[in-house]
Write a protein that binds this ligand. Sequence first.
Ligand SMILES: [Ca+2]
Ligand SMILES: [Ca+2]
Length: 190
Amino acid sequence: MHKGKHARPVRRFGVMGALLMLTAATVLSFTTAGTATAAPKGATGKCFTDDSGAVCTKTGQSFELVVEAGEWAGVYTESNQKLAGLAADELGDLGFDWSGASSGGSPRLSIPLDTDSDLKTVEGWLYVDTACDDDGDGTVSLDDTGCIVSDSFGYHGTYAAYATEAVVADYYAFLVADQPGTVTVSNVRI
Ligand SMILES: [Ca+2]
Ligand SMILES: [Ca+2]
């Protein structure tokens, strides 16, 4: 995954940092067993950063992400666990509202996918970036007509036409900004 090439070890939020660095292959060995206690269940969105200068500022349910080259910051929640097991091509209106900088697939949702019937292991990712906001109204929503998505298995096209056997894995779904600029996201629905 290109997004990991600038990654380096982190201290404050090692789980997400490690996750961002992992290739699809190495994610295979990841399970939720060691991370389930990292944050309280049911928590609403929380900031994470690469701890190298990127800034995430939470105001209410709005998050300002300030990222320079090679950095990342984002929002995660554990409430996505309600998604585990759902068909990846039938996820309704997941998405987020955004304003500010967008480029190179940033900001985007990364939704963990399972393809081997073991929800505790992640085999791939569904990516939902601002290409999904085809009508340009500042709302990314999977149920928008014309919403463009991609996945780590090579799909790139409309979500409406997305057909996969994958289901959502029992793992973090998160929003990340990893291209330079300042973007504000809110109403993160994962
Ligand atoms: Ca799996
Ligand atoms: Ca839209």
